[in-house]
Design a protein around this ligand. Sequence first.
Ligand code: PXP
Length: 237
Amino acid sequence: MEKILNINVDHVATLRQARLGEHPDPIEACKIIKKTKAHGVVMHLREDRRHIQDNDLYRYKKTINLPLNLEMAPTTEMVLIANKIKPKMVTLVPEKRLELTTEGGLNLKRNIKKINKIVNSLNSKIQVMIFIDSDNEQIALAKNLGIHGIEINTGKYADAYGNQKNIELKKIKESAKYAHSLNLYLAAGHGLTIKNITKIAAIREINEFNVGHSVIGEAIFYGLYESVNKIYAKINK
Ligand code: PXP
């Protein structure tokens, strides 16, 4: 079965925000992505608005007819925005102001009541996903929230070297099997590149991949159209 590829355009906005101007415009990037083999777009509206801005979401909704996965922190402010935008999917992620990027999955053990409230306040048409580390206890808690599925954090796998890489891969495989057995829909993301995605894409239970930084980085050398289709080809051999 074809695996779904969503392209995260946050880092087009990062470059724009470096000069606080209008260029490069993530919405223009979405128009190119629409012509590629990718299926959808991911945008993370961070609380500090360091890359994607609220107006990008409104412009996306008006002009881009592709499924949107909105990544957001589990806060009331973000729920209000998501319920206005009504993306196909929302992925709840933890956020810390000082982190360079999302550093790990949501800790449901610590935040279950708060997350439950956020999940229940999102428009019922939005598919809710939770970004989670490969930890079966967390996955079981996610299942209890009645959500659509989980996105497994591949960041630790991406950063690992030597035998640790095998250990992280094994954990992801086991989590994918467990989540699938609970009927949770499965995505994976963070730190995935053309070089490291093959073994993750080979995990049968994972349906969907969210890739950003590496694709936008490669686009500097090969163009966005080319870099998106290259990673699509790795996922769907
Ligand atoms: N999935 C989640 C939940 C993320 O927070 C991010 C980064 O915004 C990604 C996927 C994409 O990660 P990367 O930019 O490393 O490809």
